[in-house]
Design a protein around this ligand. Structure first.
Ligand code: ZN
Length: 487
């Protein structure tokens, strides 16, 4: 076995001398740990911050699940790995395309590279939508494993490297809208760590709780208490444990509890006529009850003669809009793949979200809860916590005012030639490329009733049915689609 490590996207990663566990706490806004440490809910995390490392980092924008999971696991920005949302509009077909297919991922993952060098890798995602990209080109012949909790009952040896994943934990198959979906991931990871001693584990959770409950609420406390206990057990098994998130979360509701929404498709239709432009809400996924397909970042595709400048002028004046960018500026600012970018990017303020057409969003899944969602710049802050202290080299880097990335939990060596500013050398399994140190001071944290079949993601066309253009109008919109998504 070649233990020389790997190189991926210009970054060298050392072979981990002990198991490295990276937990992506979906929707794990730093505020949950702030509150949890203060209230004594997360004693293990508090200990990690004290004796290891704790900071707040910048995730990628749009602050959505798929892009950031891919940034973390490929160690590269979206311009490199290509996954800049959960959906994009295929201009040729006019269809919104789900971005979960491995063919759309333009990089291998760090896990895949290590597995191909003989390392044993375990990747467990709560949501099946991430599984195929996380496992892209992974070599499962040497004992590596790649499955989702959502579909733990459908694992086959050739596809996931494991046959009886459901039997790992003793838990029943968790519901897709439940905290148990995340706990299953962690319990399965602990079991595999104890029994197989893999070199790298990537455990990606679900943001069901964070979409529903603010920091300090009973349900959030219960969830974080449970998470913290599993982090302690991973630590006790001798692993390097790295905790981060794909994005944060903000309350986007009015005082009366109704969602504070800019219905952008309706605004554009009224101003420019129906069919002039299409609003795509790239937060859309099968988990619409989380957020009603309402997030903080949308793309507008101009059809026919609609001028992006006119769209920008109109959207800039809307209350609740934080920023509007043309395609090129957005791609440069957030390091996005230009060929998958809309003509105009609209980002909302922290307390507001953006939808397409009001008629097309089904908000019944919120069931009386205030809307909490993400996607914009205001939800890009994520925790960056390690259970062990940084090596001197990384501590110095983290302490530097210009630091863009505090550490690598794989203990990779620094690249000999530092990448450019947007290709910061921080894409280890514990950090996305654009993550930056917010603070290195530990006290930063003191201050379906019927389950859908899991092969839905394997047939984008099936999902596409939900996203098809509606009513003959020359517009589609993932939101229209997602709004009508019935399980
Ligand atoms: Zn997420």
């Amino acid at each position: 076995m070649d233990r020389a490590g790997i190189e991926l996207n210009g970054v060298r990663y050392r072979w981990p001398p002990r198991p490295v566990v990276v937990v992506c706490i979906d929707g794990g806004d730093p505020a949950y740990f702030d509150q949890g440490v203060r209230d004594g809910i997360v004693p293990n995390v508090a200990r990690f911050i004290k004796t290891g490392f704790g900071a707040v980092a910048d995730g990628d924008v749009p602050s959505f699940t798929c892009p950031n999971n891919m940034s973390i696991t490929t160690g590269s920005p979206q311009s490199v790995h290509g996954i800049s949302g959960n959906f994009y509009l295929d201009r040729d077909s006019g269809e919104a395309v789900v971005m979960t297919g491995p063919e759309l991922l333009r990089s291998r993952t760090i896990m895949a590279e290590f597995s191909r060098r003989g390392a044993r890798v375990v990747s467990i995602a709560a949501k099946d939508k991430l599984r195929r990209q996380l496992g892209k080109d992974m070599d499962l012949s040497g004992g590596s494993v790649n499955f989702s909790a959502e579909c733990a009952d459908q694992c086959t040896l050739p596809e996931t490297g494991i046959e009886n994943a459901l039997a790992l934990t003793g838990m029943p198959l968790p519901h897709m809208y439940s905290p148990e979906l995340s706990l299953f991931v962690l319990e399965a990871g602990i079991k595999l760590l104890a029994e197989r001693r893999p070199d790298i584990l990537y455990l990606s959770l679900t943001d069901y709780i964070q979409h529903k409950y603010a920091p300090g609420e009973d349900e959030a406390n219960r969830y974080y208490r449970n998470l913290d206990a599993t982090f302690g057990r991973l630590d006790a098994l001798g692993a390097v444990v790295a905790l981060t998130a794909d994005h944060g979360m903000n309350d986007k509701s009015n005082a009366d509890g109704s969602p504070r929404v800019i219905w952008l498709q309706d605004v554009l239709d009224a101003r420019f006529g129906e069919g002039a432009g299409t609003v795509i809400c790239p937060i859309t996924d099968r988990f619409v009850a989380h957020h009603g397909a309402l997030g903080g970042f949308v793309r507008v595709y101009c059809l026919g003669r609609l001028d992006p400048e006119d769209v920008m002028r109109v959207t800039r004046s809307l209350p609740g809009v934080e920023a509007v960018y043309d395609k090129l500026t957005a791609a440069r600012r957030f390091d996005l793949p230009l060929d998958r970018e809309g003509d105009v990017v609209v980002i909302s303020q922290a307390d507001t979200c953006i939808g397409a057409s009001e008629a097309d969003h089904d908000l019944s899944g919120l069931k009386g809860h205030r809307l909490r969602s993400h996607g914009g710049v205001s939800e890009r802050k994520v925790p960056f916590i390690l259970n062990r202290p940084l090596r001197a080299e990384y501590a110095a880097r983290a302490a530097a005012p210009s630091a863009r990335c505090p550490s690598s939990s794989t203990g990779r060596s620094a690249p000999s030639t530092p990448p450019g500013p947007r290709r910061a050398p921080c894409g280890a399994t514990s950090s996305s490329t654009s993550r930056s140190t917010g603070s290195t001071r530990p006290d930063r944290y003191l201050g379906c009733v019927t389950r859908p079949r899991c092969d839905e993601n394997r047939h984008p066309s099936r999902h596409g049915r939900l996203l098809r253009r509606g009513g003959g109008a020359a517009r589609s919109g993932a939101a229209r689609a997602a709004g009508r998504h019935r399980r």
